[in-house]
Design a protein around this ligand. Structure first.
Ligand SMILES: *Cc1c(COP(=O)(O)O)cnc(C)c1O
Length: 388
């Protein structure tokens, strides 16, 4: 254990089972530890560093904004926030954006917007329930934990806010029954359950969810915290399915490495939140917004086509190995193999590749800009580890 690791262990809350590595520097899609050892990054933090490390344009945008105006209260206007909201709306079909600082906060806003839409339209508390899926993940605050459909996260933290029910994923009949109870204001889903193991919802299920919610004036809210911002080969993953949700939440890769969350409100909820009903001190911070605006410039159709192509290539390569199956889409991939995922990740770390787990699977979330040579090198190391 190094000095820094000893300090960390003594003074930082033990909420993470940290790997015995201290990163000091990043460049492109490589990370460097205290001893100068290089690692190819196949995790991007957790889907955060969409442009890798030290991207010149990103650093310039952040530095310029930090020098000009690092923070102003949301009691006033700032240009980066307004320009970013415009860009996000124009690229998604949503109408307004609320900015927070994390995925959980983006989902908190979605939950509040849904409840208030319902209260204003259907009367106070008539339809309070938010439906979510079993095995989902929506965050660590108490409400987003209640929304999260995995009991492992719930133990010892109750009581939880009421008004959440879970249904099995990809079960259209169960969804129809649950939506028909009459107390549901919104359905909140991830198109690919990230923390849940990189499990894809089927196209049939997503389309049915859109049709059934629409018919009952129930909001369809897509949690794009992990799948968003180009990760799956579209700006937002719902865009693969030709549907328009009512609310989209996002964070992780949004600002390319700075903390930022956004709740994109569609036609129905655009005016659900009025002055005084919601807010955030730091939300939409000019530096984070300038970073996110720059990320938006870089998330071109060409880059997203490359993300899709690279994802397909990785899948084909890894599935050549016997007993290996790959789930996910674009550069959000889950790898199922005979080797336990946690052992695989620490083996990869010693071989110089940073990767993640998702339940029983190895999870790969490289920077969206990862160059072919680095990707090929990482995949060949991953193949060695899978075969070990
Ligand atoms: C990571 C994640 C969250 C929580 O985001 P935080 O920024 O950690 O609050 C919520 N939903 C999904 C789908 C996520 O992957």
């Amino acid at each position: 254990m190094t000095d820094i690791q000893a300090l960390d262990s003594r003074y930082v809350a033990h909420t993470y089972a940290r790997a015995p590595v201290t990163f000091v520097r990043g460049e492109g899609c490589r990370l460097y530890d205290e001893a100068g050892k290089a690692y190819i990054d196949m995790g991007s933090g957790i889907a955060v560093n969409a442009l890798g490390y030290g991207d010149e344009g990103w650093v310039a945008a952040v530095s310029a904004q930090a020098g000009q105006l690092a923070h102003a209260s949301n009691l006033y206007h700032t240009a980066p926030q307004a320009l970013l909201a415009q860009r996000l709306c124009e690229r998604t079909g949503m109408k307004r954006v609320f900015f927070g600082n994390s995925g959980a906060e983006a989902n908190e806003c979605a939950i509040k917007a849904a409840r208030r839409y319902s209260a204003l339209k259907h009367g106070e508390n008539v339809r309070p329930v938010i439906l979510t899926l079993e095995n989902s993940f929506h965050g660590r605050t108490l409400a987003t934990l209640a929304a999260t459909g995995q009991d492992a996260f719930h133990h010892d933290f109750g009581p939880f806010p009421e008004g959440f029910r879970h249904v099995p994923a990809n079960d259209v009949t169960a969804l129809k029954t649950a939506l028909s109870v009459g107390d549901v204001c919104a359905l909140l889903i991830e198109t690919i359950q990230g923390e849940g193991g990189v499990n894809c919802l089927t196209e049939e299920y997503i389309r049915a969810a859109r049709e059934m919610t629409e018919a009952r004036d129930i909001l369809l809210m897509i949690d794009e915290v992990q799948t968003g911002n180009g990760r799956t080969g579209k700006l937002y993953s719902y865009q693969h399915f030709g549907i328009l949700p009512d609310v989209v939440s996002t964070a992780k890769g949004l600002a390319g490495g700075l903390p930022m969350g956004a709740c994109l409100l569609g036609e129905k909820t655009a005016d659900a939140l009025t002055p005084g009903t919601h807010g955030s001190t730091f939300g939409g911070n000019p530096v984070c917004a300038a970073a996110a605006l720059y990320v938006q410039d870089r998330l071109t159709d060409e880059l997203m086509a490359e993300v899709a192509q690279k994802g397909e290539w990785v899948r084909a390569e890894l599935e050549q190995l016997p007993g290996v199956t790959v789930s996910g889409r674009g550069l959000m991939l889950g790898v199922e193999s005979a080797r336990p995922a946690a052992a695989l990740v620490s083996d990869l770390l010693s071989r110089g590749v940073v990767a993640l787990t998702a339940k029983t699977r190895l999870r790969l979330l490289p920077p969206l800009t990862i160059p072919w040579p680095d990707l090929k090198e990482a995949v060949s190391i991953i193949k060695e580890a899978l075969s070990a």
